[in-house]
Design a binder for this molecule. Structure first.
Ligand SMILES: [Zn+2]
Length: 229
């Protein structure tokens, strides 16, 4: 009996993962990528899976724009919550994964991703971030090329930040409101943001400790950031 269990366990895990992703509205291509099941197989599963709670999947390509996570205060807040849960569930690996798009998908990681997503939705049943976007966030934070977790320079809360954006230093709550009447000034990116750094438990600590001897080397940059908004 034990032999029987072990022999079929990998298949069972694939199908269980596939069904949990289908239930949450994942696209067919996403399910094939993470489970290794064929497109034909996933299509069959999708057709035959009868669930009243299932979220219908969208057609077309999976979302790919990391700017989504910064577009509104609500999404930005939920992104931080989801990122923390994903770190705790080890859906986001501790080390940087440069090619996360291709190397992250798999059964083990997929189960962790779904664990993280289910915890997120258990805490926020009306959560704004879909499974497809949750996967994008996890991939982006694993790669850390466009998005990172950083600390707000003002309130020191953790935030999801655009690695190369000018406004990365301040979380959405601490940013000054946009002043549309001001002309844009020529800007340079804050130096600190471009440094490649190690993460401490997935959070880039750089922003929190740059004030030394009463002099903040990024004051000028921040002023520019304000002026630019
Ligand atoms: Zn803040």
């Amino acid at each position: 009996m034990r032999l029987f269990d072990n022999r079929y366990e990998p298949h069972q895990r694939k199908y269980t993962l596939a069904l949990s992703m289908i239930e949450r509205g994942a696209r067919i291509r996403t399910v094939t990528q993470w489970t290794g099941l064929s497109k034909y197989c996933v299509q069959n599963l999708t057709r035959s899976y009868g669930s009243k709670t299932r979220i219908p999947c969208n057609r077309g390509r999976s979302p790919s724009k990391p700017a989504y996570f910064l577009k509104s205060l609500d999404v930005a807040r939920e992104s931080v919550a989801l990122a923390y849960i994903a770190l705790q569930c080890q859906a986001i690996p501790a080390a940087v994964v440069p090619d996360a798009r291709t190397s992250l998908p798999g059964i083990d990681r997929g189960e962790r991703v779904m664990d993280a997503f289910e915890v997120y939705r258990a805490l926020l049943p009306e959560g704004l971030i879909s499974l497809e976007y949750a996967i994008l966030l996890i991939i982006e934070l694993a790669e850390r090329s466009a998005l990172i977790l950083a600390r707000c320079r003002s309130c020191h809360d953790v935030m999801v930040a655009d690695r190369l954006a000018l406004h990365q230093e301040l979380c959405p709550l601490c940013r000054p409101p946009p002043r549309a009447s001001l002309p844009a000034r020529p800007t340079e990116r804050p130096r600190a943001l471009l440094r490649q750094q190690e993460f401490h438990e997935g959070v880039e600590e750089d922003n929190a400790d740059s004030t030394r001897d009463g002099h903040d080397e990024n004051d000028a940059d921040r002023e520019m950031a304000r002026g630019h908004e």
